[in-house]
Design a binder for this molecule. Sequence first.
Ligand code: AMP
Length: 194
Amino acid sequence: MNVVLFGPPGAGKGTQAALLHEHLGLAHFSTGEEFRRHIASESALGQRIRSIVESGELVPDDIVLEVVERALDDPMYARGVVFDGFPRTLEQARSLDHMLSTRGRSIGIVLTIEVPEDELVRRMLQRGRSDDTEQVIRERLRVYEQRTAPVLDYYAQQGKLRRIAGDAPIEDVHRAIVLAIESLTTKEKLSNHS
Ligand code: AMP
C-alpha cells in the first residue's frame, strides 16, 4: 500500500506520516527531510537546495525525482510508503505514477489534510524551523496554491482522493486517516475475492 499525504505546509503531514509509520508500519518518506539532510551535509547540492528552501520556492523537479527514484529502490521502502510532501507538482505526480508502475506498484490513496490558512500560519510560526519566517511562510502558501493544489485534480480524476478535516486534535485526524486507509484495503480484499 502506497499512500500520499497531501496538503499545504503546516497541515500536519509529517506528524500524521510518523503516526502511520508507528501504527500501520508504513515507511515514512519525506522529501523535505531528505533536503534538510542534504543541506546539513553542506555539499554543493545541499547549498543550492538551501537557498531554494529558504526562499519558500520548490526544489526543481529533476532533483526531487532523482531523490525519490533512489528511495523507491531502497528495500526499506519496498513494502509500502507514506509520501509526505511529495508530489508537489503535476510533473512530479505523473512521474511518480510512471516510476511506480514500472516497478509493479501504484498509489492506493491520496489523503488531503484541510486546514484554514490562519491556522496554518499559526502552526508554522510555532514550530520555528529556519524556513518558517512569516515572509517565507506566505511565499510557501502562495506556491502551494499555484503549483501544488492543481495536483489534487489529477488524483481526483483517478478516484483516489479523500479529504481529511485537519483542524482537529492530532489523534482525531489520525483516526480519520486510518479509517480511510482501512476502508480502501477492505474494498480491495472484496474485489480480489470476486
Ligand atoms: P516540507 O518539509 O515538506 O515542508 O519541505 C520543506 C521545503 O523543501 C519546501 O518548502 C520546498 O522548498 C522543499 N521541498 C520539499 N518537498 C518538495 C517537493 N516534492 N518538490 C519541491 N520542493 C520540495
